[in-house]
Write a protein of this length. Structure first.
Length: 278
């Protein structure tokens, strides 16, 4: 299992892309602006997309991906790219993006019988089997729109992405239950969108700060032993966020969970003979 970070930011500035990951060269988990940097040949190999929610920073790459692969997939009679998300998020995509006004309806092009995209609703608790023995599991997120997170399981190891979320006891309940399912969490990728001084605004908009994340870890996490990777930092808030990480690092270290900053281009690699981050 290889997962490449296509984008790690909560906004755009020079050299930074919004959230998205490439799993095993054929699956996207969120489709932010980092998708725009993928070579055409890589885009043509993507068969499925998992969206945590329908905010634009997490799906901006999807319309362009569909446009780029339409003729390629049609000429080869390939199945449509499957897009997995909550039903409400898929409705938002139909109504607000693929509506023949903002963008062509790629669920009907090049034809109804052979569309470029196929929308498939998921809910918390669903499990989707992927080639190579990978399993994607859907879990709860707390945001301003219906949202989910995704866990990728492989050979007993788990990589987990919360998507956008604020304080979320159900997330930690899910994490605490993984050992009972025979899964060992290796990497938790979560968010730290705003500085702790903006806690009230973060709560209003459904995001973590270092302060609220440290509270959730301290109150709800029973067993650590995995790395925590912080993404979705707002570029305009990054300096203030970084100054406020000391308490989070201390609380997380008490649970044996070192804190790292998620980096664009980073690779999470889990193989039968070991695991690495590079």
């Amino acid at each position: 299992m290889q997962i490449k970070v296509l984008g790690a930011a909560g906004g755009i500035d020079a050299g930074h892309r919004t959230m998205g990951f490439l799993l095993d060269a054929n699956t996207l988990i969120d489709a932010g602006t980092g998708v725009w940097d993928l070579p055409l040949a890589v885009q043509q190999g993507i068969n499925r997309v998992f969206l945590t929610h329908a905010h634009f920073d997490h799906l901006a790459g999807l319309p362009f991906l569909a446009d780029n692969v339409l003729r390629y997939r049609a000429d080869r009679a390939l199945a449509p790219v499957r897009v997995y998300a909550r039903a409400t998020a898929l409705d938002d995509l139909r109504r607000c993006i693929f509506n023949n006004h903002i963008w062509p309806d790629m669920t009907r092009l090049p034809s109804l019988l052979h569309p470029t995209l196929e929308f498939l609703p998921v809910e918390v608790g669903n499990k989707i089997a992927l080639p190579g023995g990978r399993l994607v599991e859907v879990f709860s997120a707390v945001h301003t729109v219906p949202s989910v997170g995704f866990a990728v399981h492989h050979h007993g190891d788990t990589w987990l992405f919360t998507g956008d979320t604020g304080r979320n006891p159900l997330l930690w309940q899910y994490i605490n239950g993984l050992p009972n399912k025979g899964q060992r969490l290796r990497w938790l990728v979560t968010e730290c969108t705003f500085a702790s001084d903006d806690q009230a605004f973060a709560d209003l908009t459904g995001h973590y700060t270092a302060h609220s994340l440290s509270q959730d870890i301290g109150e709800h996490l029973q067993q650590g032993g995995f790395g925590i990777y912080l993404g979705h930092l707002k570029p305009s808030d990054k300096d203030a966020i970084m100054r406020g990480l000391d308490d989070l690092r201390r609380v997380a270290q008490e649970k044996n969970c070192p804190i790292h900053l998620l980096q664009q281009g980073q690779m999470f690699d889990s193989q039968e003979n070991g695991m690495s981050v590079r």
